[in-house]
Design a protein around this ligand. Structure first.
Ligand SMILES: NC(=O)c1ccc[n+]([C@@H]2O[C@H](COP(=O)([O-])OP(=O)(O)OC[C@H]3O[C@@H](n4cnc5c(N)ncnc54)[C@H](O)[C@@H]3O)[C@@H](O)[C@H]2O)c1
Length: 320
């Protein structure tokens, strides 16, 4: 059984803060238990939950009789390189705690996003399939790869319905990105809308796969609801909408803001970007659960600008 009592971990993050309202519309607010290590006074249903604390995880899953978990709590790539120990604890021990508790409490589904961070410099650069060389050089990548493998292990060993997909960089305007290497895309669009130039922390030709948030939310739900019998993969589906360089985004934005300019001053995040592929192959997700992105670069830029012109959320200004 699934979708009667749904726990979302990391619900205060870039994805979670949009995913919770999205699934609340579909399943009803009363079925969703949003949680995060950060508190959220604005939402009385929000619970405080540190996924590295095993007994608290057990307690929450038992207390709320959880049957479905969207495990979004994580430390992202750039933050993880600044604090690898924290990334290890949250991304690996946190995943272990969720899986263990899911088995103990007979949870019907655990869905955990992975990332293109699982790839490394030895991975081919273009149209990368799911099964390829995965030797990440960041703690984030190492931990996300381990989380994928843990999910597979708990499925084959204990029959847990563990699922996951590898997100590319995500573009959204409601909540600031959480310290990833593709955050430049959101920052660049915001600066353009504010009428300011942007200093980009990646080189102009760093091509990376990307996706607009509505497609990311739709993908999480499609994979969660997919027929089990159709799945040949479980925790490591590649998904992507379009691949761009910072220069391509700059040029797209100049269609709307002709005087907009970007300077390129790569920092430590360039090495992370260099270790990732420029494009990935999402055909398994299309075949096995009808992955179907709707937004390309043009549609993403158009929608971001339309919404940011109406309102630039104050939390996003602070971080950009
Ligand atoms: N945003 C992206 O571009 C992107 C790309 C690829 C994969 N992903 C994956 O998607 C998932 C969600 O990412 P996001 O972008 O929303 O990240 P985010 O950093 O915006 O949010 C993560 C949330 O986890 C919370 N958290 C951190 N430590 C915690 C702990 N110990 N216990 C409970 N909560 C804790 C944080 O407070 C934060 O609200 C992650 O698994 C991430 O690896 C994201």
């Amino acid at each position: 059984m699934a979708f009667e009592r749904i726990l979302v971990t990391g619900a205060g993050g870039q994805i979670g803060s949009e995913f919770v309202p999205f699934i609340s519309e579909i399943f009803g607010r009363e079925r969703i238990i949003p949680s995060d290590i950060k508190s959220n006074q604005a939402n009385p249903r929000f619970i405080s939950l540190d996924v590295t604390d095993k007994s608290s995880v057990d307690l929450a899953i038992d207390k709320y009789r959880i049957d479905t978990i969207f495990h979004l709590a994580a430390i992202l790539s750039a933050t993880g390189e600044k604090n690898p120990e924290l990334a290890y604890r949250v991304n690996i021990s946190g995943m272990y705690n969720i899986l263990e508790s899911a088995i103990k409490n007979k949870v019907g589904l655990v869905l955990t996003p992975s990332s293109i961070g699982v790839f490394g410099p030895d991975t081919p650069k273009e149209n990368v399939p799911i099964e390829t060389i995965t030797r990440p050089v960041t703690m984030y990548g190492v931990s996300k790869l381990m989380a994928e493998q843990l999910g597979n292990y708990y499925h084959s060993r204990f029959g847990l319905n563990a699922r996951g997909l590898r997100f590319p960089g995500l573009i959204s305007y409601k909540t600031p990105p959480g310290g990833g290497t593709t955050d430049y895309s959101v920052e660049m669009i915001i600066e353009a809308v504010k009428g300011r130039n942007y200093k980009c922390f990646l080189k102009e030709d760093s091509k990376l796969p990307m996706m607009y948030m509505p497609d990311a939310l739709d993908s999480l739900l499609r994979l969660a609801e997919a027929e089990d019998s159709r799945l040949k993969h479980r925790t490591d589906f590649n998904i992507t909408s379009f691949s761009i360089t910072p220069k391509q985004l700059e040029l797209e934005l100049r269609n709307y803001f002709p005087s907009f300019g970007v300077t390129y001053e790569p920092d430590f995040r360039q090495a992370i970007a260099d270790s990732w592929p420029g494009s990935i192959d999402a055909s398994a997700a299309k075949q096995e659960w009808d992955f179907h992105p709707n937004y390309g670069l043009k549609e993403t830029a158009e929608d971001m600008i339309l919404n940011l012109r109406k309102n630039i959320p104050s939390n996003i200004i602070k971080r950009s």
